[in-house]
Design a protein around this ligand. Structure first.
Ligand code: GDP
Length: 364
């Protein structure tokens, strides 16, 4: 599964958030098995109301959601790029992830020490991004001389890498994350190969006080604005509230959410944001045994989608009987959709849409 790193300065609420994420998944009983892979890695179900709706129509015995992993990466302090704190290990842990959640402290609580002596989420985000930017600059600058030599003697790949490194350095030298650089489609693969920390998709998480869970506050507003500037997404959440919600029984949970003015746990939004951040989307398979969400990348074709279930499905792909989620629900299932002409037979070139309900025909 794809991995999302949770990073931030000490005492901003990372562990509280991580524990809430993993406890919620555990509390969702048999349908949402949770497993701890390593102490700091949580395998989390992606909340998907559409899947519940599909399972009801059939009805399906079991619901199997999509999953992503969250990694609690502790130990970032000022100077990490110079090896301070758990510096190098920390950076390696982030490099290993596919996207990054930056947690910023937007709650004021005099009992909780702030490492830098004041609550200032923008300064905190700067501190963290600066460490990551410094680490990127260092790793890129090391490569320039060698690549220049190779490019000079006609090595096209080296020339491309060099060009992209210069693009990245142009942003980094101006104090901006590499993420904001404009990358042409044909350069995207080589760009990813640079393995930059600051080019990973980013989600700024504004951790607000309990009273601001539904509305946000001045500090979280500033974080949201900063996210737009840095090419990141943002989400407002109260980690403390979420950790309390996570421990409640489902009936109590609904009631508690209502008193808070929330429609659903903030964690659900966070998980979905992270999923989209990773460039992922979902298609469904439904039957009496199970209703299941499958994870694909945006732009994947029908055979690629089939390959997620089994490589044989991709190799022997013939066609995919496809019903849009809305049609499936509106017309009461497959038979209704077929009668209404909404069951499409799609071939090899079909680009799967988010929410497609699919049934693959293939040769064995
Ligand atoms: P980490 O070092 O970033 O992992 O931070 P922790 O999750 O351990 O949180 C540090 C302290 O802040 C703990 O005592 C938490 O209970 C507290 N904390 C976390 N989120 C909130 C919040 O939203 N409001 C308040 N008042 N305290 C919080």
């Amino acid at each position: 599964a794809l991995k999302v790193a949770i990073v931030g300065l000490p005492n901003v609420g990372k562990s509280t958030l991580f524990n809430a994420l993993t406890q919620t998944a555990a509390a969702q009983a048999a349908n949402y098995p949770f497993c701890t892979i390593e102490p700091n890695v949580g395998d989390v179900a992606v909340p998907e109301p559409r899947l519940e709706a599909l399972a009801k129509i059939i009805p399906s015995k079991e619901i199997i959601p999509a999953r992503i992993n969250f990694v609690d990466v502790a130990g970032l302090v000022r100077g990490a790029s110079k090896g301070e704190g758990l510096g190098n290990q920390f950076l390696a842990n982030i490099r290993d992830c596919d996207a990054v959640c930056f947690v910023a402290r937007c709650f004021i609580d005099d009992d909780i020490t702030h490492v830098e002596g004041r609550v200032d989420p923008l300064a905190d985000l700067d501190t963290i991004e600066t460490e990551l930017m410094l680490a990127d600059m260092e790793s890129l600058e090391k490569r320039v001389v060698n690549l220049e030599k190779r490019a000079k003697v006609g090595d096209k790949e080296a020339a491309q890498t060099l060009r992209l490194i210069k693009l990245a350095l142009a942003e980094l030298n101006e104090g901006r994350p590499a993420r904001v650089a404009k990358i042409a489609a044909e350069d995207e693969k080589a760009w990813r190969m640079l393995q930059l920390l600051t080019s990973k998709p980013a989600l700024y998480v504004a951790n607000v006080d309990e009273g601001s869970a539904a509305t946000g506050n001045e500090l979280s507003k500033a974080v949201q604005e900063r996210a737009a500037r840095d090419g990141a997404d943002s989400v407002v959440i109260s980690a403390k509230i979420e950790s309390e919600i996570a421990l409640l029984e489902p009936e109590e949970r609904a009631e508690f959410l209502e008193t808070l003015g929330l429609e659903e746990p903030g964690l659900n939004r966070l998980i979905r944001e992270a999923y989209h951040l990773l460039g992922l989307q979902t298609y469904f398979t439904v039957g009496p045994k199970e209703a299941r969400a499958w994870t694909i990348h945006k732009g994947d074709t029908a055979p690629q989608a089939a390959g997620v279930i089994h490589t044989d499905f991709e190799k022997g792909f013939i066609r995919a009987e496809t019903i849009a989620y809305e049609d499936y629900v509106r017309l009461g299932g497959e038979a209704g959709a077929r009668d209404a002409g909404k069951l499409r037979s799609e071939g090899k070139e079909y680009v799967v849409k988010d929410g497609d309900v699919m049934n693959f025909r293939f040769n064995v």
